[in-house]
Design a protein around this ligand. Structure first.
Ligand SMILES: NC(=O)c1ccc[n+]([C@@H]2O[C@H](COP(=O)([O-])OP(=O)(O)OC[C@H]3O[C@@H](n4cnc5c(N)ncnc54)[C@H](OP(=O)(O)O)[C@@H]3O)[C@@H](O)[C@H]2O)c1
Length: 337
């Protein structure tokens, strides 16, 4: 099968697609999935270089989020509610490939009103932002939130969810075109370019001097955001796309009466699996109702363009969720006829 097999730590530009990778074999709780679409994540860039916390043993296949069909001939483990042909999405190592194996407990049924492209980028991105906003920061209707990298994968979802709740959303990003996307597609109320000097003053102006109740930060901009956070504000650490792990002067946390908190969604699998089902129940309800739609970058990459896609991600050219289409849905329909 086709796959991006990683045999040593390399920069993503050196990745090669092979067409003779062995098909994975499902054992135990695993099912075999025919991958139709995958999503690009910033951490793919880190993982292939050995700079991410998850370092699978060599050789491994890159890619973490997918949507596809349970493959014909897949074993169906006891208790697994899926059958061959069912449309599912999930998280598994090895999504930039024709097929993958995944524990059936780690997949979710794809709502009928979503395509494989739309489903491919849901499984990590959406619960991360949902839990950060509601489980951790306890964002409430009428409160204000500053979302950093607001046009990016997790950022735009934070904008959409906060708007749906009835919060006032200030979207921060690094270019006018990205700020426009936050307004047009995400529905942000206000936008701020965080590459401009003293951008915090604009946030203070928007919030009439009070500052924002919540800061959502996938970049590493917590320290500078404390200049425009409200009394008893909450700041959530999501990631460090800026490349530096921040160090905070804790006297500011004390003087401003604020809370800094982290959210690592992946840890819930081990520490609080019961919460995963609750978050997905709510998200699936939002998708099924049509109130929430995934926002996709306008270029869909093909499997042989993964390197191009990761380059675009690394150079900050993408917005929304960047998707890799492994197979066309029509290809499957034609094959079945
Ligand atoms: N905590 C968790 O559970 C969890 C889950 C999922 C993802 N994450 C993390 O969240 C972060 C964002 O992931 P994502 O998939 O949303 O990424 P993404 O779609 O690539 O968006 C990242 C954005 O970060 C901004 N950025 C600022 N400085 C940058 C730099 N030096 N290089 C590249 N981008 C920079 C860019 O927006 P501008 O151009 O507007 O600045 C870029 O669009 C990553 O660190 C990821 O590991 C955490």
């Amino acid at each position: 099968m086709r796959a991006y097999v990683v045999n040593k730590w390399v920069h993503p530009s050196e990745l090669k697609l092979v067409d003779d990778a062995p098909e994975p074999e499902a054992t135990g709780d695993e099912i075999l999935v025919d991958v139709f679409s995958s999503a690009l994540n910033f951490f793919d860039i880190l993982q292939v270089q050995g700079k991410y916390q998850v370092k699978p043993p060599f050789p491994f296949i890159l890619g973490a989020e997918f949507a596809g069909e349970v493959a014909q001939g897949s074993p169906i483990p006891e208790g697994c509610p899926y059958k061959p042909g069912d449309r599912v999405f999930g998280t598994a190592q090895g999504c930039f490939a024709d097929k993958l194996v995944v524990k059936w407990q780690a997949v979710v049924r794809l709502p009928d009103n979503l395509t494989f492209d739309q489903g491919a980028g849901l499984h990590i991105t959406w619960p991360t932002s949902y839990e950060a906003l509601f489980g951790r920061a306890q964002l409430k209707p009428g409160e204000s939130i500053l979302v950093h990298a607001a046009a990016g994968g997790v950022g735009i979802v934070a904008v959409q969810l906060a708007k749906a709740l009835g919060a006032t959303v200030i979207a921060a990003a690094g270019s006018q075109s990205k700020l426009d996307i936050c307004k047009t597609y995400g529905g942000a109320d206000y936008t701020v370019n965080y590459l401009e000097k003293d951008w915090q003053k604009e946030v203070l102006r928007i919030t009439s001097g009070k500052g924002v109740d919540v800061v959502y930060d996938p970049v590493g901009r917590i320290a500078e955001s404390l200049k425009c956070i409200a009394f008893k504000g909450r700041a959530v650490v999501i990631g460090f796309t800026g490349g530096q792990i921040e160090k905070l002067p804790l006297n500011i946390v004390l003087l401003k009466n604020v809370t800094i908190m982290g959210l690592h969604w992946g840890l819930y699998t081990h520490k609080e699996p019961s919460r995963i089902a609750i978050v997905w129940e709510e998200l699936l309800r939002l998708f099924a109702s049509g109130r929430m739609k995934p926002i996709l970058y306008d270029k869909i990459f093909s499997l042989d363009e993964v390197v191009v896609g990761l380059d675009a991600l690394e150079k900050r050219r993408t917005w929304g969720k960047a998707i890799v289409r492994i197979k066309d849905e029509n290809q499957r329909i034609v094959a079945k006829l």
